[in-house]
Design a binder for this molecule. Sequence first.
Ligand SMILES: CC(C)(COP(=O)(O)OP(=O)(O)OC[C@H]1O[C@@H](n2cnc3c(N)ncnc32)[C@H](O)[C@@H]1OP(=O)(O)O)[C@@H](O)C(=O)NCCC(=O)NCCS
Length: 239
Amino acid sequence: MEWKTKISNFTEEESTIRGFDHENLIGKISFSSMIYLLLKGRMPNENESKLLDAIFVSCIDHGIAPPSIISARSVASGGNSLNSSVAAGIMALGDYHGGAIEDAAKLFSSTLDVSNLVKKYLDKKIRLPGFGHKIYKESDPRTKKLFALAQELGLAGKYSEIAFQVENEIFKQKGKKFCLNVDGMIAALVLDLGFNYTTGKIFFIISRTPGICAHVHEEITEEKPFRRLKINQTKYIGN
Ligand SMILES: CC(C)(COP(=O)(O)OP(=O)(O)OC[C@H]1O[C@@H](n2cnc3c(N)ncnc32)[C@H](O)[C@@H]1OP(=O)(O)O)[C@@H](O)C(=O)NCCC(=O)NCCS
């Protein structure tokens, strides 16, 4: 059985990624442009590359508290390798943390009737992916910044519009603000950039992995091993 790929070809005669000579790209294009080429199969223009770069910067780190960083640092603290600890951090990304990009992008790409869609979710008490935040209640500052840049670059399109319509509709129907969070904004922007919703999780994994690496390295080199919760941070509640 053959393993086929359209992505790259590395033989003695040629080293190509999406048809471009790999060596010729080194030192010529940015890391974000390379990722765009790898995922999309064509070279981005200058504005597309700028926006993708900003997306990666926007969620590279968000402090020590989120599940991915706590998981990664806990695994490192138990005495495991950097590789295993980083992998543990990535494995903690899920539907409520980073993974919401795919679900939100699927939602935005299939939405014709925003009002009905929001009603369906709220009636069934299902959380709308890409909305709400533990810290940011009124608005997510990363969303604001990304949207402003996308507008400036002429890349904010119909999916960004749908995303903000959903935000307004949730407020209208629920009477409470659930802001378009950075996952939701990225979901809309990657659709506006022409990516399929199925690529959604990839953008968060690529962005947050350097952050996870930095935290794991700090844990291994600067902290004592075997972190555990203090007794006053735990509570036995019986059965
Ligand atoms: C991010 C998130 C976990 C923050 O939650 P929170 O502000 O701590 O809110 P809670 O988990 O305490 O939920 C409070 C109420 O708001 C509701 N709620 C929270 N986010 C909601 C959403 N996106 N859509 C609809 N309802 C939502 C909860 O169902 C809950 O309702 P209830 O009181 O009737 O049970 C939550 O908003 C969420 O799950 N969002 C969707 C996933 C997502 O986009 N994650 C990426 C985060 S950057």
